[in-house]
Ligand binder design. Structure first.
Ligand code: P6P
Length: 343
Protein backbone atom coordinates (compact mmCIF):
# COMPACT_ATOMS: atom_id res chain seq x y z
CA UNK A 1 0.00 0.00 0.00
CA UNK A 2 1.53 3.33 -1.11
CA UNK A 3 0.49 4.97 2.13
CA UNK A 4 2.90 2.76 4.06
CA UNK A 5 5.85 2.59 1.67
CA UNK A 6 8.99 4.01 3.31
CA UNK A 7 9.74 7.34 1.60
CA UNK A 8 6.07 8.15 1.00
CA UNK A 9 5.40 11.83 1.74
CA UNK A 10 3.06 12.73 4.60
CA UNK A 11 0.65 14.39 2.17
CA UNK A 12 0.51 11.24 -0.03
CA UNK A 13 0.06 9.11 3.09
CA UNK A 14 -2.83 11.20 4.45
CA UNK A 15 -4.59 11.33 1.05
CA UNK A 16 -4.11 7.58 0.49
CA UNK A 17 -5.28 6.79 4.02
CA UNK A 18 -8.33 9.00 3.61
CA UNK A 19 -9.50 6.65 0.81
CA UNK A 20 -9.93 3.96 3.51
CA UNK A 21 -12.56 6.15 5.20
CA UNK A 22 -15.37 6.80 2.70
CA UNK A 23 -17.02 9.06 5.24
CA UNK A 24 -13.88 11.21 5.36
CA UNK A 25 -14.76 14.69 4.21
CA UNK A 26 -11.26 15.99 3.61
CA UNK A 27 -11.56 18.25 6.66
CA UNK A 28 -9.29 15.95 8.69
CA UNK A 29 -6.77 15.96 5.82
CA UNK A 30 -6.81 19.77 5.69
CA UNK A 31 -6.26 20.10 9.46
CA UNK A 32 -3.56 17.47 9.42
CA UNK A 33 -1.67 19.09 6.60
CA UNK A 34 -1.81 22.35 8.53
CA UNK A 35 -0.38 20.66 11.63
CA UNK A 36 2.46 19.35 9.46
CA UNK A 37 3.08 22.83 8.06
CA UNK A 38 3.18 24.31 11.58
CA UNK A 39 5.84 21.72 12.39
CA UNK A 40 7.95 22.79 9.42
CA UNK A 41 7.70 26.48 10.36
CA UNK A 42 8.52 25.87 14.04
CA UNK A 43 11.39 23.60 12.98
CA UNK A 44 12.86 26.42 10.89
CA UNK A 45 12.74 28.73 13.93
CA UNK A 46 14.22 26.10 16.28
CA UNK A 47 17.10 25.48 13.85
CA UNK A 48 17.89 29.24 13.94
CA UNK A 49 17.59 29.68 17.73
CA UNK A 50 20.79 31.17 19.05
CA UNK A 51 21.50 32.95 15.77
CA UNK A 52 19.03 35.82 16.11
CA UNK A 53 18.14 37.49 19.40
CA UNK A 54 14.50 37.81 18.36
CA UNK A 55 13.93 34.07 18.87
CA UNK A 56 16.45 33.25 21.58
CA UNK A 57 16.13 33.43 25.34
CA UNK A 58 13.28 34.32 27.63
CA UNK A 59 10.24 36.37 26.70
CA UNK A 60 10.14 38.04 30.11
CA UNK A 61 6.66 36.63 30.84
CA UNK A 62 5.27 33.56 32.60
CA UNK A 63 2.56 31.18 31.42
CA UNK A 64 -0.45 30.02 33.38
CA UNK A 65 1.73 27.35 34.94
CA UNK A 66 3.92 30.08 36.40
CA UNK A 67 6.77 28.93 34.15
CA UNK A 68 9.03 31.48 32.42
CA UNK A 69 8.16 31.59 28.70
CA UNK A 70 10.90 31.31 26.11
CA UNK A 71 10.44 33.60 23.09
CA UNK A 72 10.02 30.46 21.00
CA UNK A 73 7.19 29.22 23.26
CA UNK A 74 5.14 32.26 22.28
CA UNK A 75 6.20 32.13 18.61
CA UNK A 76 5.21 28.44 18.40
CA UNK A 77 1.90 29.14 20.18
CA UNK A 78 1.04 31.95 17.76
CA UNK A 79 1.93 29.85 14.71
CA UNK A 80 -0.37 27.04 15.86
CA UNK A 81 -3.24 29.29 16.85
CA UNK A 82 -3.19 31.55 13.79
CA UNK A 83 -2.73 28.87 11.14
CA UNK A 84 -5.09 26.26 12.60
CA UNK A 85 -7.93 28.67 13.39
CA UNK A 86 -7.55 30.14 9.88
CA UNK A 87 -8.47 26.77 8.36
CA UNK A 88 -12.04 27.46 9.49
CA UNK A 89 -12.18 23.82 10.63
CA UNK A 90 -11.00 24.29 14.23
CA UNK A 91 -13.42 25.84 16.71
CA UNK A 92 -10.89 26.43 19.51
CA UNK A 93 -7.43 25.54 20.77
CA UNK A 94 -6.28 24.88 24.34
CA UNK A 95 -2.57 25.59 24.71
CA UNK A 96 -0.05 25.37 27.51
CA UNK A 97 0.80 28.99 26.70
CA UNK A 98 -2.70 30.35 27.20
CA UNK A 99 -4.76 30.37 30.42
CA UNK A 100 -8.09 30.29 28.56
CA UNK A 101 -9.00 28.38 25.40
CA UNK A 102 -8.34 30.38 22.21
CA UNK A 103 -11.66 30.52 20.37
CA UNK A 104 -12.01 30.94 16.61
CA UNK A 105 -14.12 33.83 15.30
CA UNK A 106 -17.84 33.52 16.12
CA UNK A 107 -18.72 31.85 12.81
CA UNK A 108 -16.15 29.08 13.21
CA UNK A 109 -16.62 28.78 16.96
CA UNK A 110 -20.21 27.85 16.18
CA UNK A 111 -19.66 25.75 13.07
CA UNK A 112 -16.18 24.16 13.08
CA UNK A 113 -16.08 20.55 14.18
CA UNK A 114 -12.57 20.08 15.55
CA UNK A 115 -10.84 21.23 18.73
CA UNK A 116 -7.08 20.95 19.34
CA UNK A 117 -5.05 20.80 22.56
CA UNK A 118 -1.36 21.50 22.27
CA UNK A 119 1.90 22.05 24.03
CA UNK A 120 3.38 24.18 21.26
CA UNK A 121 6.98 23.76 22.42
CA UNK A 122 7.54 21.27 25.22
CA UNK A 123 10.91 21.34 26.94
CA UNK A 124 11.68 24.85 25.73
CA UNK A 125 14.10 25.42 28.62
CA UNK A 126 16.41 23.17 26.59
CA UNK A 127 16.46 25.43 23.52
CA UNK A 128 19.39 27.56 24.64
CA UNK A 129 21.51 24.49 25.37
CA UNK A 130 20.69 22.86 22.02
CA UNK A 131 18.83 19.87 23.46
CA UNK A 132 15.91 18.28 21.52
CA UNK A 133 12.44 19.77 22.11
CA UNK A 134 9.00 18.99 20.75
CA UNK A 135 5.44 20.01 19.90
CA UNK A 136 2.58 17.79 21.15
CA UNK A 137 -0.98 17.91 19.74
CA UNK A 138 -4.31 16.23 20.35
CA UNK A 139 -7.26 16.40 17.93
CA UNK A 140 -10.84 15.88 19.12
CA UNK A 141 -14.36 16.58 17.89
CA UNK A 142 -16.39 19.12 19.84
CA UNK A 143 -19.24 17.89 22.05
CA UNK A 144 -21.40 21.02 21.98
CA UNK A 145 -23.88 20.99 19.08
CA UNK A 146 -22.99 22.93 15.92
CA UNK A 147 -24.54 26.38 16.01
CA UNK A 148 -23.58 26.91 19.64
CA UNK A 149 -20.28 28.59 20.56
CA UNK A 150 -17.53 26.13 21.55
CA UNK A 151 -16.72 26.07 25.27
CA UNK A 152 -14.06 24.93 27.72
CA UNK A 153 -16.26 21.90 28.51
CA UNK A 154 -15.65 20.66 24.95
CA UNK A 155 -12.06 19.96 25.99
CA UNK A 156 -12.96 17.95 29.08
CA UNK A 157 -13.25 14.62 27.26
CA UNK A 158 -11.25 11.54 28.16
CA UNK A 159 -8.24 10.61 26.05
CA UNK A 160 -9.92 7.64 24.38
CA UNK A 161 -12.17 10.18 22.60
CA UNK A 162 -9.20 11.63 20.66
CA UNK A 163 -9.54 11.46 16.86
CA UNK A 164 -5.77 11.70 16.43
CA UNK A 165 -2.67 12.63 18.39
CA UNK A 166 0.94 13.30 17.57
CA UNK A 167 4.16 15.13 18.19
CA UNK A 168 6.89 16.83 16.22
CA UNK A 169 10.37 16.19 17.63
CA UNK A 170 12.99 18.83 16.80
CA UNK A 171 16.03 16.64 17.36
CA UNK A 172 18.96 15.54 15.19
CA UNK A 173 16.22 15.54 12.56
CA UNK A 174 12.62 16.78 12.66
CA UNK A 175 10.20 13.87 13.02
CA UNK A 176 6.39 14.12 12.72
CA UNK A 177 4.81 11.17 14.55
CA UNK A 178 1.06 10.55 14.70
CA UNK A 179 -1.72 8.04 15.16
CA UNK A 180 -5.37 8.29 14.18
CA UNK A 181 -6.14 4.94 15.78
CA UNK A 182 -4.85 2.83 12.87
CA UNK A 183 -1.17 2.47 13.72
CA UNK A 184 1.72 4.80 14.62
CA UNK A 185 3.61 6.44 11.74
CA UNK A 186 6.78 8.59 11.79
CA UNK A 187 7.77 10.98 9.03
CA UNK A 188 11.23 12.54 8.90
CA UNK A 189 11.51 16.02 7.43
CA UNK A 190 13.89 16.21 4.48
CA UNK A 191 14.84 19.92 4.63
CA UNK A 192 16.33 19.80 1.14
CA UNK A 193 12.87 19.25 -0.37
CA UNK A 194 10.69 20.48 2.54
CA UNK A 195 8.77 17.20 2.65
CA UNK A 196 8.14 14.77 5.50
CA UNK A 197 9.05 11.25 4.29
CA UNK A 198 7.71 8.08 5.95
CA UNK A 199 10.53 6.57 8.03
CA UNK A 200 8.65 4.25 10.46
CA UNK A 201 5.41 2.50 9.58
CA UNK A 202 3.13 0.94 12.24
CA UNK A 203 5.66 1.37 15.05
CA UNK A 204 5.38 -1.13 17.92
CA UNK A 205 7.07 -0.87 21.34
CA UNK A 206 8.58 -4.02 22.87
CA UNK A 207 6.42 -5.61 25.59
CA UNK A 208 9.37 -5.42 28.04
CA UNK A 209 11.59 -2.35 28.43
CA UNK A 210 15.33 -1.92 28.93
CA UNK A 211 15.43 1.79 29.85
CA UNK A 212 13.90 3.95 32.56
CA UNK A 213 13.61 7.74 32.39
CA UNK A 214 13.04 9.73 35.59
CA UNK A 215 14.44 12.86 37.25
CA UNK A 216 16.29 11.26 40.19
CA UNK A 217 16.67 14.74 41.69
CA UNK A 218 13.09 14.38 42.97
CA UNK A 219 13.89 11.17 44.91
CA UNK A 220 13.36 12.73 48.36
CA UNK A 221 9.76 13.61 47.36
CA UNK A 222 8.81 10.14 46.10
CA UNK A 223 6.54 7.85 48.10
CA UNK A 224 7.62 4.36 49.15
CA UNK A 225 6.17 2.65 46.07
CA UNK A 226 7.86 5.07 43.65
CA UNK A 227 11.16 4.72 45.53
CA UNK A 228 11.00 0.90 45.45
CA UNK A 229 10.06 0.93 41.74
CA UNK A 230 13.15 2.96 40.82
CA UNK A 231 15.33 0.69 42.99
CA UNK A 232 13.90 -2.21 40.94
CA UNK A 233 14.95 -0.46 37.71
CA UNK A 234 18.40 0.10 39.22
CA UNK A 235 18.81 -3.62 39.97
CA UNK A 236 18.73 -2.95 43.72
CA UNK A 237 15.69 -5.02 44.51
CA UNK A 238 15.02 -8.56 45.78
CA UNK A 239 13.05 -9.21 42.56
CA UNK A 240 15.65 -7.73 40.19
CA UNK A 241 19.44 -7.45 40.34
CA UNK A 242 19.91 -6.51 36.65
CA UNK A 243 20.00 -2.73 36.20
CA UNK A 244 18.06 -1.07 33.39
CA UNK A 245 19.73 1.70 31.41
CA UNK A 246 18.98 5.13 32.86
CA UNK A 247 18.29 7.85 30.27
CA UNK A 248 16.68 11.22 31.08
CA UNK A 249 16.91 14.10 28.61
CA UNK A 250 14.54 16.41 30.49
CA UNK A 251 12.49 16.83 27.32
CA UNK A 252 9.37 14.64 27.35
CA UNK A 253 9.01 14.24 23.58
CA UNK A 254 12.66 13.22 23.21
CA UNK A 255 12.53 10.71 26.08
CA UNK A 256 9.18 9.39 24.85
CA UNK A 257 10.38 8.95 21.25
CA UNK A 258 13.55 7.10 22.29
CA UNK A 259 11.58 4.75 24.55
CA UNK A 260 8.97 4.21 21.81
CA UNK A 261 11.70 3.02 19.45
CA UNK A 262 14.02 1.27 21.93
CA UNK A 263 11.51 0.19 24.65
CA UNK A 264 11.40 1.49 28.20
CA UNK A 265 9.37 3.60 30.61
CA UNK A 266 9.18 7.34 31.28
CA UNK A 267 7.93 8.22 34.72
CA UNK A 268 7.10 11.55 36.34
CA UNK A 269 5.66 10.61 39.76
CA UNK A 270 3.43 12.76 41.95
CA UNK A 271 5.81 15.14 43.68
CA UNK A 272 8.15 17.58 41.96
CA UNK A 273 11.35 19.32 43.12
CA UNK A 274 9.42 21.60 45.46
CA UNK A 275 7.44 18.61 46.68
CA UNK A 276 4.33 20.78 46.54
CA UNK A 277 2.51 19.47 43.47
CA UNK A 278 0.74 16.30 44.51
CA UNK A 279 -0.40 15.72 40.95
CA UNK A 280 2.99 15.69 39.29
CA UNK A 281 4.21 18.17 36.71
CA UNK A 282 2.91 16.99 33.35
CA UNK A 283 -0.43 18.13 31.91
CA UNK A 284 -3.18 15.69 31.10
CA UNK A 285 -4.78 17.31 28.04
CA UNK A 286 -1.80 18.22 25.89
CA UNK A 287 1.03 16.03 27.15
CA UNK A 288 -0.17 12.78 28.78
CA UNK A 289 -3.30 12.08 26.71
CA UNK A 290 -1.87 12.50 23.20
CA UNK A 291 1.25 10.48 24.09
CA UNK A 292 -0.94 7.86 25.77
CA UNK A 293 -2.94 7.39 22.54
CA UNK A 294 0.27 6.91 20.55
CA UNK A 295 1.65 4.52 23.17
CA UNK A 296 -1.55 2.46 23.22
CA UNK A 297 -1.52 2.20 19.40
CA UNK A 298 2.12 1.08 19.59
CA UNK A 299 1.21 -1.72 22.02
CA UNK A 300 2.42 0.02 25.17
CA UNK A 301 0.50 1.43 28.11
CA UNK A 302 0.24 4.55 30.26
CA UNK A 303 -1.21 5.28 33.66
CA UNK A 304 -1.20 7.84 36.45
CA UNK A 305 0.09 5.04 38.68
CA UNK A 306 -3.40 3.65 39.08
CA UNK A 307 -5.79 4.53 36.22
CA UNK A 308 -5.31 4.25 32.44
CA UNK A 309 -4.48 7.79 31.27
CA UNK A 310 -6.97 7.43 28.38
CA UNK A 311 -9.84 6.78 30.81
CA UNK A 312 -9.29 9.85 33.04
CA UNK A 313 -11.99 12.49 32.51
CA UNK A 314 -10.33 15.93 32.84
CA UNK A 315 -11.93 18.49 35.14
CA UNK A 316 -9.84 21.47 33.97
CA UNK A 317 -7.80 22.20 30.85
CA UNK A 318 -4.42 22.66 32.59
CA UNK A 319 -4.87 19.71 34.93
CA UNK A 320 -1.65 17.93 35.91
CA UNK A 321 -1.24 14.17 36.27
CA UNK A 322 1.47 11.75 37.42
CA UNK A 323 2.68 9.84 34.33
CA UNK A 324 4.04 6.32 33.84
CA UNK A 325 4.23 5.57 30.09
CA UNK A 326 6.01 3.00 27.93
CA UNK A 327 6.44 -0.77 27.63
CA UNK A 328 3.47 -2.62 29.06
CA UNK A 329 5.45 -4.75 31.55
CA UNK A 330 7.18 -1.76 33.19
CA UNK A 331 4.03 0.39 33.39
CA UNK A 332 2.16 -2.51 35.01
CA UNK A 333 5.09 -2.98 37.42
CA UNK A 334 4.73 0.68 38.40
CA UNK A 335 1.06 0.09 39.17
CA UNK A 336 1.95 -2.96 41.31
CA UNK A 337 4.60 -1.14 43.34
CA UNK A 338 2.41 1.91 43.94
CA UNK A 339 -0.59 -0.26 44.84
CA UNK A 340 1.56 -2.23 47.33
CA UNK A 341 1.72 0.77 49.66
CA UNK A 342 -1.46 2.48 48.63
CA UNK A 343 -4.05 -0.28 48.19
P1 P6P B 1 12.05 18.21 35.37
C1 P6P B 1 9.62 20.10 30.27
O1 P6P B 1 9.39 21.23 31.11
C2 P6P B 1 8.75 18.98 30.81
O2 P6P B 1 7.42 19.35 30.76
C3 P6P B 1 9.02 17.71 30.02
O3 P6P B 1 9.35 17.97 28.70
C4 P6P B 1 10.16 17.06 30.77
O4 P6P B 1 10.15 15.65 30.69
C5 P6P B 1 9.92 17.50 32.22
O5 P6P B 1 9.14 18.70 32.16
C6 P6P B 1 11.23 17.80 32.91
O6 P6P B 1 10.90 18.19 34.24
O7 P6P B 1 11.33 18.53 36.65
O8 P6P B 1 12.68 16.83 35.39
O9 P6P B 1 13.04 19.27 34.91
Amino acid sequence: MVAEKIGTTLSQHIIETQKDFPQASGRFTRVFNELATCGKIISSYVRRAGITAEITGKKGSVNVQGEEQAKLDVIAHNIFVNRLLETGLVAAISSEESDEIVEADEENSRNANYIISTDPLDGSSNIDVNVSIGTIFSLMKRKTPLGERVSKEDFLQKGSEQIAAGYILYGSSTIFTYTSGHGVFCFTLDPTIGEYLLSHSRLKIAEEGTTYSVNEGNRKFWNKGEEELVCYFQGNHAENDKPYTGRYIGSLVADFHRNLLKSGIYLYPKATKDGKQDNGKLRLLYEAMPLALIMKEAGGFSSDGEKDILEIVPTEIHQRVPLFIGSKREVNLAKEFLHKYNP
